[in-house]
Ligand binder design. Structure first.
Ligand code: PMP
Length: 429
């Protein structure tokens, strides 16, 4: 493949945009490659500005369950744009979206729209603190909840250690209010609650982790976290920015049958437009301004273009359960094919999958169930695999610690081709 236009474009962008990108992972640093500049996308394909065509498994980092430029979503956005792009005033379609979300997500009685996943988690945490009148939040090492200060905290080594900032600019004061536990380790949560349970406002987690690679929860772990938060009067926040409406029409919570107090949602509910949301039990949500004292606002929140795209997305998913059956079938096919390729090429690895999200860890470990285990993966080997796959026209997540996403637009021929390319990439490792 010739990437010369992308390489030139990246050089130019670096002069004007920090790192040449508007979100760090796009720079392909962890796979030591130059990023692709994208020209267009349709269905399961993206094209870069050099005219190379790829089968896409990044899916804009998850939202495009129906594929790129889905005709019904494009039409809805075009129609909405003709009626004006923003009013900063209530519209009927916001209530329609709220109806869809509350009907589909079992734990959500009321929902507030925001503009990104980061805003959703940041606002949900403020609300949890306002509701419980407590300050501390528990998060899990390796879970990502956007870039608000409270969530950019490195894992503490001991269970009760105070958080240390993961990034310059996050103050010690913010970091001290975030405690870190270990995913799938209920004991690590119990230790924090034993020590400081009365001060903990909320536990936040990805019900399936997608940001240390795909790491599945033990259902007993999730149930245990639900029980301990209830016991101490802390709120349980499920960050379903990736899993909401991907793992089932009611998200991970419906799939596992566990009800959080608050849920955060993102990109999927905008069908690829900038959007986020948070919702939960009525008595908690009613603390938000203008009903209650917890402040949160947004000029572009509930934006008509995002709502138009999102309502098509959600109603399509709600009305077509067969989409989830197909996502499961296709996900299983990719998993089985990659497993066979690892085995036949004698490459040690673990594939974690649920439905249409998965990660292939190049690792000697027998299983990957925690951040520490994920970190033992052979990231340089993944980088080689990524580059070989890209050469073959397969666009995978540009890091060992991201997911592959299968979408409704992937055909069996796409998946067969992807698996052949994976097999020959592995042969060259
Ligand atoms: N939560 C989770 C689970 C995420 O995966 C992400 C982003 N990938 C976010 C929150 C933040 O969302 P955004 O990038 O839209 O701010």
């Amino acid at each position: 493949m010739n990437y010369s236009k992308s390489i030139t474009a990246f050089k130019e962008a670096q002069e004007l945009i920090p790192g040449g990108v508007n979100s760090p992972v796009r720079a392909f640093k962890s796979v030591q490659a130059d990023p692709l500049f994208i020209a267009k996308a349709k269905g399961a394909n993206v094209w870069d500005i050099d005219g190379n065509k790829y089968i896409d498994f990044v899916s804009s980092w998850g939202p495009l369950i129906l594929g790129h430029a889905n005709p019904a979503i494009v039409e809805a956005v075009q129609k909405a744009a003709e009626l004006g792009t923003s009013y900063g005033a209530p519209t009927l379609i916001e209530t329609e979206m709220a109806k869809l979300i509350t009907e589909m997500m079992p734990s959500v009685d009321k929902v507030r729209m925001v503009n990104s996943g980061t805003e959703a988690t940041m606002s949900a945490l403020r609300l949890a603190r306002g509701y419980t009148k407590r300050d501390l939040v528990v998060k899990f090492a390796g879970c990502y909840h956007g870039h608000a200060d409270a969530f950019l905290i490195k894992a503490g080594s001991g269970a009760i250690t105070l958080g240390l900032p993961d990034s310059p600019g996050v103050t010690k004061a913010s970091a001290q209010n975030t405690l870190t536990a270990e995913y799938n380790n209920l004991e690590s949560v119990k230790e924090l609650f034993d020590a400081r349970g009365e001060e903990i406002a909320a536990v936040i987690l990805e019900p399936v982790a997608g940001n240390m690679g795909c790491v599945l929860p033990d259902v007993e772990f999730l149930k245990g976290v639900r029980a301990i938060t209830e016991q101490y009067g802390a709120l349980l926040i499920f960050d379903e920015v990736i899993t909401g409406f991907r793992l089932s029409a009611g998200g991970a919570q419906k799939r596992f049958g566990i009800m959080p107090d608050l849920t955060t949602l993102g990109k999927i509910i905008g069908g690829g437009l900038p959007v986020g949301a948070y919702g939960g039990r009525k008595e908690i949500m009613d603390l938000l301004a203008p009903n209650g004292p917890v402040y949160q606002a947004g000029t572009l929140s509930g934006n008509p273009l995002a709502m138009a795209a999102g309502s098509v997305m959600l109603s399509t998913l709600n009305n077509n359960p067969s989409i989830y059956e197909e996502l499961e079938r296709k996900g299983a096919k990719v998993e089985a094919g990659l497993k066979a390729a690892l085995e036949s090429n004698n490459i040690p690895g673990v594939i974690n999958r649920i439905g249409s999200m998965m990660t292939m860890f190049f690792t000697e470990e027998k299983e990957v169930k925690s951040f520490d285990q994920a970190m033992k993966s052979n990231a340089p080997r993944y980088a080689q695999f990524f580059k070989k796959s890209l050469e073959a026209g397969i666009y995978l997540g540009p890091s060992q610690y991201e997911c592959f996403f299968v979408c409704d637009a992937h055909t069996d021929a796409d998946l067969d081709y992807m698996l052949e390319a994976a097999d020959s990439a592995m042969k060259s490792l």
